[in-house]
Design a protein around this ligand. Structure first.
Ligand code: ZN
Ligand code: ZN
Length: 345
């Protein structure tokens, strides 16, 4: 399989971002990103520019943004009204043939630098009629996390040392994600950027908080694809949306180093299952194997609880059904997180 690095949740000049879509694609290319999903607020005006730009698959979707309760509506060809209540705009997105991701669900802080845009009712988390489809949760949103730490006193410091303003996904968000998957509601995780590249006046001239190119080197989503993205835009789009919705992906905080060759596989004999797959124990126990490709701590999480840890590699036999995913943290904030492999009786 090929791991294709991409970025989710960016704003362009079509809403309140500072960059044009070609500028964003160029910045992505400079940061080694192969696909991006731009989600401007309540508009698809940028859709005409969708396609391969500078070799980067540039997809243009929307962020449905009422006052609270933001939702990334993907793969739909109409603007979903932000005046609908959350359950209805989720349903409208899926009725239109798309799918979506609950954005920055656990914002806690309102300060002079940002509003408070949390997801109010966590009982609303999927379309009314799931019929085999999945929803996503933006487990970690770079700009939300960073912005929540800002105060008038530390803003220059956190601008100069952005990693000091990051905590990672909140405990509540991870617990919600695990609980939904354990309950059988297929929910994939992503890490989003929410880059606007705002230009702000400062005593040193106008500062950019933060540039697209810099942001593209932070939270990266790797999709495990059967091969590199094809040149045909429709096939490439299908591959990206398909892998995302299936949870065939893992996330890397590249501020702490890249992890391009992560291996996470379940196997029995010649059979293989990867993140997003469902494996059954009916024919006997299954072996789980993970290799980070670097000497860092790695943990195996079963139904939300750590059951095993080691360095670089884990290998274990599984006899219990449940939701199995991998985490790695080198310092304070998470470094790597996979989507789960689902194991049934
Ligand atoms: Zn938002
Ligand atoms: Zn946003």
């Amino acid at each position: 399989m090929y791991a294709s690095p991409g970025a989710i949740h960016l704003h362009s000049q079509y809403s309140d971002g500072s960059g044009s879509i070609p500028h964003i694609a160029r910045a992505a290319r400079g940061a080694g990103i192969e696909w991006v999903i731009i989600t401007d607020h309540d508009t698809l005006d940028g859709r005409a520019e969708q396609g391969y730009i500078d070799g980067v698959l540039t997809l243009v979707d929307q962020e449905i943004t009422p006052f609270h309760n933001h939702f990334l509506g993907l793969n739909v060809d109409r603007v979903i009204p932000n005046t609908l209540p959350p359950q209805q705009f989720i349903d409208a997105t899926y009725d239109a043939g798309g799918f979506g991701i609950i954005a920055h669900p656990d914002e806690q802080t309102y300060n002079e630098f940002k509003g408070l845009f949390r997801w109010d009712d966590w009982n609303i988390n999927s379309p009314t009629n799931m019929s085999g489809r999945s929803t996503g949760i933006e487990l970690w949103n770079f700009m939300s996390d960073w912005g929540e730490q800002l105060t008038p006193n530390n803003k220059e410091f956190l601008y100069a040392f952005p990693t000091r303003g990051l905590r990672g996904p909140t405990k509540a968000t991870l617990e919600w994600w695990d609980a939904l998957n354990v309950a059988g509601k297929r929910t994939f995780g992503v890490w989003g950027l929410d880059t606007h590249a705002f230009l702000r006046p400062s005593p040193f001239g106008r500062l950019q908080v933060f540039s697209y190119e810099w942001s593209f080197k932070t939270l990266t989503n790797y999709l495990w694809l059967p091969e590199k993205l094809p040149g045909n835009i429709n096939s490439a789009m299908r591959m990206v949306y398909g892998a995302l919705a299936q949870g065939r992906s893992y996330m890397v905080n590249r501020l702490e180093g890249d992890c391009p060759n992560l291996e996470y596989v379940a196997f029995r004999g010649a059979e293989r299952w990867y993140a997003g797959d469902i494996a059954s124990l009916r024919e006997g126990p299954i072996t789980l194997k993970v290799t980070l490709g670097s000497d860092a701590p790695v943990r195996l999480i079963h139904n939300g609880s750590e059951i095993m840890s080691g360095r670089n590699t884990l290998l274990t036999t599984i006899n219990a059904s449940g939701v199995y995913r991998i985490e790695s943290t080198k310092t304070q904030t998470p470094w790597v997180m996979t989507n789960p492999i689902y194991i049934t009786r």
